[in-house]
Design a protein around this ligand. Structure first.
Ligand code: NAP
Ligand code: G4F
Length: 345
C-alpha cells in the first residue's frame, strides 16, 4: 500500500503539532519545515520524536523559511508530498502592528512563494491555506464563507492577500487549493502571548501563589473560541473532499475576554476581578470587536462538528497549566529524565 506524504509548514506551532499527530495516526509520512533558531524550537513535537535513522521513522524535519522561495521549491522536489498544509505565518495580531512589513512578507508573500513553488514544480499535490476569521475584522457576526472581508490589522490584510492568492491559483492553474477560514482555536499548546493561554497560565500561577496579577488590554472583545485539536481534523477533511472549496470552521458561539477570564479563575476558586489589571500596551490601534462563525457548510459537506466550547476549553487549559506548575524539589525526588529534543538536518 502506498503511504501518503504530507508536508507541513509551521509544524513547530500549535496547529502544526496537532496536525502532525493526527496525520501520523492516520499512517502518513509527515515532513515539516522548521526555521533555524539559536535555541531548540521543537518542544511541541518532542513527544512525536522518532530517530530518523530508524526504518520505521515517519516524521522528518527540514530547515526552510517562508522568505526563501528557492528552498521551498527544492523541498517540494525532494519530498514529493501528496498534501501540503501551509500553516506557517507571523500569526500574532498585535505584533503585526509593530512589524507590518515582515508580516506582509511572511504571512502574505510567503503564500505566493509556496504556491508558485508548487506550480513551477508541477506537483499534483493538494494545498491547504490557513486562512483566518481575522479577515472579517469589522464586519459584524455571524460570519460565513460569503461574508465580506474588512481586515483591521496588517496580519488580517496579509491573510486576505493569501486567501485570494490561494483562490487565484485554484482558478488560474487548476490547483487543488482550499482555504480553511478558522476562527480562534486554543489549547494548552497555544503560544504564551495569546490571550487565552496568558489567562490560563496566570490563573494557575496565582492559585499556586507564584504571582499576584495579570496585565491585559481590551476585555470586551468577543471571540468564537474552539479547541485546536478538533480544528486540525477539519483541515484534513477539507483535503479529502472531491472538489477544492473554502470553509469556515468555528463553534458558532462567542464570549468576551472577560468571560474567558471568569471561566478560568472561577475554575480555581478565584475572582478574576481581584487579579486583572489594565495595561494599554496590549491594546491594538484598531480592534476586531466580535467574531462568531457560521460553520454550517463544513457540517453539511465535511461532516465536521466541534464538541468543545469556551467554558470547557478554559477548564482544560487551566488544568494543563496546574499540572505543569513547577513542583517544590524534595530530597526524595528522583532526577528528571532528560527531555528528548528533535534535531533537524
Ligand atoms: P503559531 O503557533 O504561531 O505557529 C506559527 C508557525 O509558523 C510556527 O511553526 C513558526 O515557527 C512558523 N513560522 C513563522 N514564521 C515563519 C517563517 N518565516 N518561515 C517558516 N516558518 C515560520 O500559529 P498557530 O496558532 O499554530 O496557527 C497556524 C496557522 O493558522 C497560522 O498561519 C495562523 O495565522 C493561522 N490561524 C490561526 C488561528 C488560531 O486561532 N490559532 C486562527 C486562524 C488562522 P517558529 O516555531 O519557529 O516560530
Ligand atoms: O489571543 P489574541 O491575541 O488573538 P486574536 O487577535 O483574536 O488572533 C488570533 O486569532 C485569529 C483568528 O481570528 C488568528 F488568525 C490569529 O493568528 C490569532 O491566532 O487576542 C484576542 C483578543 C483581542 O481582542 C485582544 O485585543 O484578546 C484581546 N486581549 C486583551 N488583552 C489581548 C490581551 N490579547 C493578547 N494577545 N494579550 C493581551 O494581553
Amino acid at each position: 500500500m502506498t503511504v501518503k506524504k504530507a508536508l507541513i509548514t509551521g509544524i513547530t506551532g500549535q496547529d502544526g503539532s496537532y496536525l502532525a499527530e493526527l496525520l501520523l495516526e492516520k499512517g502518513y509520512e509527515v515532513h515539516g519545515i522548521i526555521r533555524r533558531a539559536s535555541t531548540f524550537n521543537t518542544q511541541r513535537l518532542d513527544h512525536l520524536y522518532q530517530d530518523p535513522h530508524s526504518p520505521r521513522a515517519r516524521l522528518f524535519l527540514h530547515y526552510g523559511d517562508l522568505t526563501d522561495g528557492t528552498r521551498l521549491a527544492s523541498l517540494l522536489e525532494t519530498v514529493q508530498p501528496d498534501e501540503v498544509y501551509h500553516l506557517a505565518a507571523q500569526s500574532h495580531v498585535r505584533v503585526s502592528f509593530d512589524e507590518p512589513e515582515f508580516t506582509g512578507n511572511t504571512t502574505g508573500l510567503g503564500t505566493t512563494r509556496l504556491l508558485e513553488a508548487i506550480r513551477s514544480t508541477g506537483l499534483p499535490c493538494r494545498y491547504y491555506q490557513a486562512s483566518s476569521s481575522e479577515m472579517f475584522g469589522a464586519t459584524p457576526p455571524p460570519q460565513h464563507e460569503n461574508t465580506p472581508f474588512h481586515p483591521r490589522s496588517p496580519y488580517g490584510v496579509a491573510k486576505v492577500y493569501a486567501y485570494w492568492t490561494t483562490r487565484n491559483y485554484r482558478e488560474a492553474y487548476g490547483l487543488y487549493a482550499v482555504n480553511g477560514i478558522l476562527f480562534n482555536h486554543e489549547s494548552p499548546r497555544r503560544g504564551p502571548t495569546f490571550v487565552t493561554r496568558k489567562i490560563a497560565t496566570a490563573a494557575a500561577r496565582i492559585k499556586a501563589g507564584l504571582q499576584d496579577h495579570l496585565y491585559l488590554g481590551n476585555l470586551d472583545a468577543r471571540r468564537d473560541w474552539g479547541y485546536a485539536a478538533e480544528y486540525v481534523h477539519a483541515m484534513w477533511l477539507m483535503l479529502q473532499h472531491d472538489q477544492p472549496d473554502d470553509y469556515v470552521i468555528a463553534t458558532g458561539t462567542s464570549c468576551s475576554v472577560r468571560d474567558f477570564a471568569d471561566h478560568c479563575f472561577t475554575h480555581v476558586g478565584l475572582d478574576y476581578r481581584d487579579h486583572i489589571r489594565f495595561d494599554e500596551r496590549y491594546l491594538r490601534p484598531s480592534e476586531v470587536d466580535h467574531l462568531v462563525g457560521d460553520a454550517s457548510k463544513a457540517r453539511r459537506i465535511l461532516g465536521w462538528q466541534p464538541t468543545i466550547h469556551a467554558p470547557e476549553l478554559a477548564r482544560l487549559m487551566v488544568d494543563a497549566e496546574m499540572a505543569a506548575l513547577p513542583r517544590p524539589v524534595r530530597p526524595a525526588d528522583s532526577a528528571p529524565e532528560t527531555a528528548l529534543t528533535l534535531t533537524a538536518g
